[in-house]
Ligand binder design. Structure first.
Ligand SMILES: Cc1ncc(COP(=O)(O)O)c(C=O)c1O
Length: 429
């Protein structure tokens, strides 16, 4: 579907939910229809240095000594202008009462998936989710029992593991395989690992931290194994809208019919549109009716299905807009990643950046430095005055690696690279 068809579809969806005057006033913000045009490109100055002090930023809270924080995954760019405008408008309304998820939300998600990922999503498959990790945690509760096993594929986003343990379930590792500088999923290992207590697998697609957009064949093979062995797949696709260099993102539930039967896809616009602090801005796509009813029923019983007003406004604004801002952002991120590659190659440093196929997180192979993990982290923090994420925190296979968040203005990145180069010189002299 091209962008014009997408916008036309959205116009139709917008029209369908509008109601006559009176009630229309109450629903006004959900009936504003599609965004047709992007703002002037001056509004997207990704080079601008934004002061985040005094905003309780978690990222900057750790930088107490003049370090450049490049760890937790939010970006230092202005949040998408359409989203900010929609929030401002809505917060001018007098009453911020209990809110339901409007029909327009489901339609916007379905239309976005179809237009951006070529994934024809039926409106009924879509539900509101109270955040990606909260949504995943609720899936653990809903589909597994204490003592059950849940498979994760490290090195992987650390939050997958935390609640598994807390809930008395067992996290089982099926580590990725790193071969000739490329990661792949260990499907043979997976077959061997699954037993009668294994009830779920958490997929990270695209994979954080190694940056892979899993291809359709791999996803279909995974779905086939999981269906045959009675395992559901919870697919975290929060980085899916940020695929780079023309690479496409294949949503898990779009990979095969089996994937539709076993998949619970959870995603949201928070990474791509830089809204991470709007906790609860997420959705789920569950094609299988029984799983969907069970999951959405559990969310409702836990009072997790009533969205905060800003989350709905944000999803509508982000997914109804033209992709011009997002495309410009992705180009800028690509430029940043190329900059890291270029500087490390030019200076022949013994750190190897692994180019991500999606998102603004670069997995750096630092094993050739020969530093134990704690010293490696000290090297970055104390000597280079840059704070990356600790590779070891992502589990098996993370030792010797760090994850660098390059979602920042080029000047910030250049300064960080300068500091890393200087610190490396000190290390070798
Ligand atoms: C793979 C992945 N999933 C989930 C999250 C967090 O999502 P949420 O804030 O919606 O829980 C992150 C944040 O970095 C992430 O990288």
């Amino acid at each position: 579907m091209d962008r014009r068809d997408f916008l036309k579809g959205m116009a139709a969806a917008g029209a369908a939910v509008c109601v006559p005057a009176g009630v229309a006033g109450v629903l006004a913000s959900t009936c504003t229809g599609p965004r047709k045009a992007a703002p002037a490109s001056g509004a997207w100055d990704f080079d601008e240095l934004i002061d985040r002090s005094g905003t309780w930023s978690i990222k900057y809270g750790r930088a107490t000594n003049g370090e450049i924080p490049m760890w937790i995954a939010d970006m230092d760019f202005r949040t998408d202008p359409f989203v900010r405008e929609a929030l401002q408008k809505r917060l001018e309304r007098d009453v911020l009462g209990y809110t339901s998820t409007p029909e327009a939300f489901y339609e916007a998600v379905a239309a976005w998936e179809a237009a951006i990922h070529d994934f024809p999503v039926e409106r009924e498959w879509v539900g509101y989710a109270p955040g990606v990790i909260t949504g995943i945690n609720q899936a653990y509760l809903c589909f597994t029992q204490p003592g059950d096993k849940i498979i994760i594929q490290p090195p992987v986003y650390d939050h997958f593991r935390l609640y598994i343990k807390r809930l008395g379930r067992v996290a089982v590792d099926n580590p990725l395989i790193l071969e000739d500088g490329r990661y792949r999923m260990d499907l043979e290992g997976l077959e061997r690992l699954i037993d009668e207590r294994t009830k779920a697998l958490v997929l990270c697609n695209p994979h954080n931290p190694v940056g892979i957009c899993w291809d359709r064949e791999t996803l279909a093979a995974l779905a086939e194994i999981c269906e045959r062995r009675g395992v559901i797949v919870i697919s975290d696709e929060i980085h899916g809208d940020l695929s780079l260099w023309g690479r496409s993102h294949c949503p898990f539930c779009h990979a095969s019919d089996a994937a539709k039967r076993v998949g619970i896809l959870i995603a949201g616009p928070t990474k791509a549109f830089n809204l991470a602090g709007l906790t609860g801005t997420a959705f789920c796509i569950i094609p299988d009716a029984q799983k969907r009813e069970r999951y959405l029923g559990a969310l409702s019983a836990a009072k997790l299905s009533e969205p905060a007003i800003p989350t709905i406004e944000a999803v509508l604004a982000a997914y109804r807009e033209d992709t011009a801002w997002l495309n410009a952002l992705k180009e800028y991120i690509q430029g940043n990643i190329e900059r890291v590659e270029q500087i490390f190659a030019e200076h022949r440093v013994s750190i190897v950046p692994m180019r991500p196929q999606a998102s603004f997180l670069v997995w750096l192979d630092c094993r050739a430095l020969g530093l134990p993990q704690e010293e490696l982290m000290n090297f970055f923090r104390e000597r280079a005055k840059v704070i990356p994420s600790n590779g070891a925190g992502y589990g098996a296979g993370g030792e010797g690696f760090i994850r660098l968040n390059v979602g920042c203005p080029r000047a910030t990145l250049n300064e960080a690279l300068k500091r890393i180069l200087a610190a490396l010189e000190g290390l070798h002299s």
